[in-house]
Design a protein around this ligand. Structure first.
Ligand SMILES: C[S@@+](CC[C@H](N)C(=O)[O-])C[C@H]1O[C@@H](n2cnc3c(N)ncnc32)[C@H](O)[C@@H]1O
Length: 494
């Protein structure tokens, strides 16, 4: 059997994952042809078609496109770039999104069975859950960001909704938009939105929301997500800035409703193309608004066969803050709740003065009982602080201590929701900080492994994923982007 690589240039780690997928799906007996193609001594075309990084499989003179190739082609036409926006993946921006191909490859490598159950405790906008559904695997995700949960469920629901229904609904929404009345509001939500949108733009956005609201829940959530993804561009927040920066005018040259219509048509086109490949309504997945440090109450049909996630880093991205317009517009958060929810996230940089005092005390006494290595790292950072460090830097050692404690709680909680011996894969980056003028590298993967061990997980592998500028000519500019950790649940069934 001859395996032909996908048309884009693969990172070294993608090639490595690709070979591991071959071993997991069709057997270990492979060799390389002069043209770089891979030959496998195998006959299982169906399994070979599940490979992530190959475009086709040829056997006995017949070529079969892989499922992944069909999906990617459906979104990007003949582009020679890796598509990450196929199916519903491109519905909404989300910071720290998983690369969908990595998710899919991991499911293959870990051997998650078709119709098995997969858990993503930091599911964000649902990349793992969507990829699981593409593979006929059931999934459950948790996230503390209500917008993440809303987006993830909108994607999963859209996959089960025939694209034709969405096309009809879009027409109804557009027809309705100029006829609907918007009830007047005098509340915190309205005042908040008034402060971030020019009056005529806000009127358009609100009319659209009312027009969408006539549709059933699944259809409405799809269009609300499409609209939400456009909000920042039409607001007084500078969309180019990760942090919130106000600009004098929204500078919008097009009307909101035209952008909404164009974005909806494109989103439905991609969905329809994916549905043509996958057939609608495959495996079920669902995201829950839940803190993964405390998963009791999460109802799973059974223990999960595996968990896959990309956790936040210490001093993580401001997931809530950057999305606050959407959170308030969709009534997912009251404006006053924004900073609290941000502070609740694992790895948050936000910490109240009182929480900071408590965290500092905990650090000094190792009140959380962290393993020595992690404790000593935080104590070392604390003692490296000098007067030249501003208040954000001064908080880093305590925030790191809190992050380690939180991640250990997550490891403990997840172990009760996956089967004994089940794998837990995490994609994690490195981190560094500068304190007292000195740079400190934080080997987050190594510390996460240590924390996981301390609550009963075993380690199967810690593999650096080598990447380089995908379109650069020289692999000499290789960088280690992230690390793959695979843990095994060593805890007996409880
Ligand atoms: C790196 S992002 C995950 C992105 C996701 N893989 C995707 O493709 O969209 C990390 C996520 O963890 C969430 N999070 C942080 N602390 C959490 C907690 N304690 N419980 C559940 N989710 C949390 C954040 O809201 C964020 O969505």
């Amino acid at each position: 059997m001859k395996l032909e690589w996908g048309a884009y240039k693969h990172f070294p780690y993608e090639k490595e994952l690709a070979l591991r997928e071959i071993s997991a799906l069709i057997g270990k007996n492979i060799h390389f042809g002069d043209d770089g193609h891979v030959f496998a001594d195998a006959k299982d075309v169906q399994n070979a078609q599940l490979l992530t990084y190959f475009a086709s499989v040829s056997i006995e003179g017949q070529s079969h496109e892989t499922l992944q190739q069909k999906l990617e082609r459906s979104a990007s036409g003949g582009s020679r770039r890796q598509s990450t926006r196929y199916s519903v993946h491109g519905l909404h921006e989300y910071r720290g999104k998983f690369n969908p191909q990595v998710c899919r490859a991991l499911m293959n490598i870990l051997g998650v069975p078709e119709n098995g159950l997969l858990l993503d405790p930091f599911c964000g906008s649902g990349t793992t859950l969507v990829e699981a559904a593409h593979r006929g695997i059931r999934s459950v995700g948790t996230d503390l960001n209500p917008l993440a949960v809303f987006i993830a469920n909108a994607k999963l629901n859209a996959m089960r909704t025939p694209a034709e229904h969405l096309i009809d609904a879009l027409q109804r929404i557009v027809d309705r938009e100029n006829a609907v009345g918007v009830p007047s509001e005098d509340n915190a939500r309205h005042h908040y939105l008034c402060s971030w949108f020019e009056p005529d733009i806000l009127a358009q956005i609100e009319r659209l929301r009312v027009a969408i609201g006539f549709e059933g829940e699944h259809i409405a959530s799809f269009f609300l997500v499409v609209a939400s993804n456009l909000l920042r561009e039409f607001s007084l927040q500078d969309p180019a800035d990760l942090r919130i920066r106000r600009r004098p005018t929204a500078n919008a040259k097009v009307v909101f409703s035209s952008s909404f219509e164009a974005a909806s048509v494109e989103a439905i086109r991609r969905l329809r193309a994916a549905q043509d490949v996958l057939k609608p309504s495959r495996a079920l997945g669902r995201a829950y608004l839940k803190d993964n440090r405390e998963l009791s109450g999460l109802e799973l049909p059974e223990l999960a066969d595996a968990a896959i996630t990309s956790p936040p880093y210490a001093t993580a991205l401001p997931y809530i803050d950057t999305q606050r317009l959407s959170l308030v517009w969709l009534s997912l958060l009251h404006p006053k709740e924004i900073s609290q929810v941000e502070a609740d996230l694992t790895g948050s940089r936000e910490i109240s003065p009182q929480a900071k005092r408590e965290a500092l005390e905990a650090l000094e006494n190792n009140a959380a009982g962290l393993p020595n290595e992690e404790w000593e790292l935080c104590v070392g950072l604390q003692s490296a602080l000098t007067d030249s460090d501003g208040f954000r830097r001064k908080a880093v050692p305590t925030l790191l201590y809190r992050y380690f404690k939180q991640m250990r709680q997550t490891f403990r909680a997840v172990s009760s929701f996956v089967k004994p011996d089940a794998p837990f894969a995490l994609i994690v980056g490195h981190n560094h900080t500068v304190l007292g003028g000195t740079r400190f590298d934080i080997d987050t993967p190594r510390h996460l492994v240590s924390l996981a061990h301390s609550v009963g997980w075993g380690t199967e592998e810690v593999t650096p994923l080598q990447a380089y500028q995908r379109f650069g000519l020289h692999s000499s500019n290789a960088v280690q982007a992230e690390t793959l950790i695979v843990l095994r649940n060593r805890l007996p069934l409880r």
